[in-house]
Design a protein around this ligand. Structure first.
Ligand SMILES: [Zn+2]
Length: 341
């Protein structure tokens, strides 16, 4: 179905969905699981469109376009406000679920990052999931099924979205005309997300983020505390400007990018092989930093960032986890001033 044409590298999930949609056997609740940025949200919107489109999920009729633009009265997206999805956000479902669709055939509730539901919110949702009217469909998204209450899991059919293999992303970017070195950097930082790789390439939110983080990598790691907070504030500005609809955590991305810096430092010190660097365009800066930072210290920094990345995937205060990670990296490394002076 054309409605799925923008989803790349998820053939298994997409053919499963096409099959149930073509046969009209869609169940009333699905759980799309997989890493951030692999197309779960786009797929959920596509399913909502296919359920309401009169032209076999064409992706281009007024109904499909309206749903894609978030302007259809029968398709509602609910996403976390801040760090959690609260009961007030779920209560609205209980109030509207009994009303028949206004324009379409099916009423679709898309609940993004459902693992961030509070227990109260999850229990409120459960009541709606138990016996929804026949015209209702729920689509939940989450990193994994086990991040949800078992009672929610058991009422949803899981559809697994996988991280896209890096080489697939690289090939795709090259086919679309990207320069080889840029495609390689975007691939390495994409985390298996085609959308993210493209944004890094185009210098969109992710590209800006990479520039910002790498420009400040030395200050964050080896500067004073004021530099660390300045970097954090600059990031906060980017978060505000970022398209909320991307479904990606800026903090997670920032940790991955900063992690790639320390990974490159280790590679340079241990192998001196520039071809193995992720951030090839930053080689001069990396070479300077590698003179000051031992492999052990870089490995300690990388470890802090990796653990913080794992903490961000749970229902933690993202801002606080990120700040603590930057401060921990900073105190694990020697200060540039001390070494140079
Ligand atoms: Zn259509």
């Amino acid at each position: 179905m054309d409605v799925f044409k923008d989803i790349v590298g998820q053939n298994k999930a997409v053919s499963f969905l096409e099959n149930i949609l073509e046969h009209g056997t869609a169940s009333h609740a699905y759980l799309f699981t997989g890493p951030d940025g692999v197309g779960k949200r786009t797929a959920a919107i596509s399913v909502a469109a296919a359920l309401n489109c009169a032209h076999d999920g064409c992706g281009s009729c007024p109904v499909c376009v309206k749903i894609r633009n978030g302007a259809h009265p029968d398709v509602e997206s609910i996403r976390p406000a801040g760090n959690s999805l609260k009961i007030d956000q779920i209560r609205g479902i209980g109030q509207s679920i009994g009303l028949r669709p206004f324009e379409g055939a099916r009423k679709v509730y898309i609940i993004e990052d459902a693992h961030l539901m509070t227990v109260e919110a999850a229990n409120a949702l459960l009541k709606n999931l138990e016996e929804p009217p026949p015209y209702v469909a729920f689509i939940l998204t989450a990193p994994g099924a086990d991040s949800l209450l078992p009672t929610i899991q058991s009422r949803c059919q899981e559809v697994v979205f996988r991280a896209v293999p890096p080489r697939f992303i690289q090939t795709l970017l090259l086919a679309e005309g990207a320069a080889a070195d840029e495609a390689e950097i975007a691939m390495a930082l994409s985390g298996g997300s085609v959308g993210k790789a493209k944004r890094i390439l185009l210098g969109g939110a992710s590209g800006d983020l990479r520039t910002m983080i790498l420009d400040r990598a030395v200050e964050i790691g080896e500067g004073n505390i004021i530099d660390v907070f300045a970097a954090k504030d600059a990031l906060a500005l980017l978060v505000k400007e970022k398209d909320k609809g991307e479904g990606l955590s800026v903090e997670t991305e920032a940790l991955v990018i900063l992690g790639s810096w320390y990974r490159d430092l280790i590679v340079l010190r241990e192998t001196s092989d520039v071809s193995l660097l992720i951030n090839k365009d930053r080689e001069p800066q990396l070479a300077q930093a590698a003179e000051r930072i031992s492999s052990d210290k870089a490995a300690a920094a990388l470890d802090i960032l990796t653990r913080a990345g794992a903490a961000l995937r749970t229902n933690a205060n993202k801002d606080l986890v990120f700040e603590e990670a930057l401060l921990a990296v900073n105190s694990a490394l020697p200060t540039a001033a001390r070494l140079e002076g």
